[in-house]
Design a protein around this ligand. Structure first.
Ligand code: UTP
Length: 289
């Protein structure tokens, strides 16, 4: 029987060096896109897929991420007294119900694979989603929900994939592909950051995964890979051939908010469609271009 997907791990232990000095005293995941922090987009996407149990893998200096999800009774009361109902609704929509979020510390930023291994008690023996909050995916159906659908059909591992320019393969986890119907592709191999000449394809993994708990076993060896980091890609590669493993060309647009250009693009894409902001954004864009 295929176990239902109920859990999500959100690794937020990285240093966020590309956004220094902004991230010197604030977690990257609290940077707002329009008026919501990056972490909220990831939580909303997971909830839209029916996921209600969350584990943040945090680090020193990231405690306000946890505070963010706490109740704010004084603030709520003030907003209520002042009749600010829409702001109050936005605040309430961001709340997490009691006991449904845990945080574990990654004591050293040893890589994404290490961050996931730090969540092992939370994961237990259950399938789980991973959402890297750096990536915002704008889509009709939640991106992680699209992956969850495939997981519920196959009972195996699914990663969201994208074509990238061949010369950029050395920045991503890249698939070696098998059967491919244009949407769902069988994964035959996985390589982290291959040189363009060695890359088995130009299909790259974005920050959305649904994995079985079996990935914890190879992760527990804490072997380092590219960049001296414990690579999730290397551990996932160990599952290929033992259980179903697919890449899904998801429907939607991904913004890499871990990069400055992606972050700026997300600000524009997410604000231009808002009824309260769109006209102003269009007008000022015309002014600058
Ligand atoms: P990145 O590669 O974007 O690294 O991590 P980073 O430290 O966040 O940012 P830069 O490159 O220095 O600007 C991808 C994801 O993996 C998490 C990050 O928090 C981010 O969600 N991560 C990375 C960890 O949780 N722990 C790590 O040791 C490394």
């Amino acid at each position: 029987m295929i176990k239902p997907l109920r859990k999500a791990v959100l690794p937020v232990g990285g240093l966020g060096t590309r956004f220094l000095p902004a991230t010197k005293a604030m977690p990257k995941e609290m940077l707002p896109v329009v008026d919501k922090p990056l972490i909220q987009y990831a939580i909303d996407e997971a909830r839209a897929a029916g996921i209600e149990e969350f584990c943040l893998v945090t680090a020193r200096g990231k405690d306000n991420l946890i505070d963010y999800f706490d109740a704010a009774p004084e603030l709520e009361k003030t907003l209520q007294d002042r009749g600010k109902t829409s702001t109050l609704a936005a605040l309430e929509a961001s709340a997490i119900s009691a006991g449904s979020m845990v945080a574990v510390r990654q004591n050293m930023p040893l890589g994404l694979g290490h961050a996931i291994w730090c969540a092992r008690s939370f994961i237990g023996n259950d399938p789980f989603a991973i959402l890297l909050p750096d990536d915002i995916v704008k889509s009709d159906r939640s991106c992680i929900g699209q992956l969850a659908d495939i997981y519920h059909q196959t009972g195996g591992n699914v990663v969201a994939v994208n074509e990238v320019p061949q010369h950029l393969t050395n920045q991503y986890g890249i698939l070696e592909t098998g059967k491919d119907d244009g949407k769902l592709v069988e994964v035959k191999g996985l390589v982290e950051k291959p040189a363009p000449a060695d890359a088995p394809s130009n299909l790259s993994i974005i920050g959305r995964y649904v994995l079985t708990a079996d990935v914890l076993e190879p992760l527990s060896q804490l072997k380092t890979g590219v960049g001296g980091e414990v690579q999730l890609t290397d551990a996932m590669a160990q599952l290929i051939g033992k259980q179903p493993f697919h890449g899904l060309r998801y429907e939607g647009t991904r913004f890499d908010c871990g990069s400055k250009v992606g972050f700026l693009e997300a600000q524009i894409a997410m604000s231009i469609e808002r009824s309260d902001l769109g006209d102003d954004v269009r007008a000022f864009l015309k002014k600058y271009i």
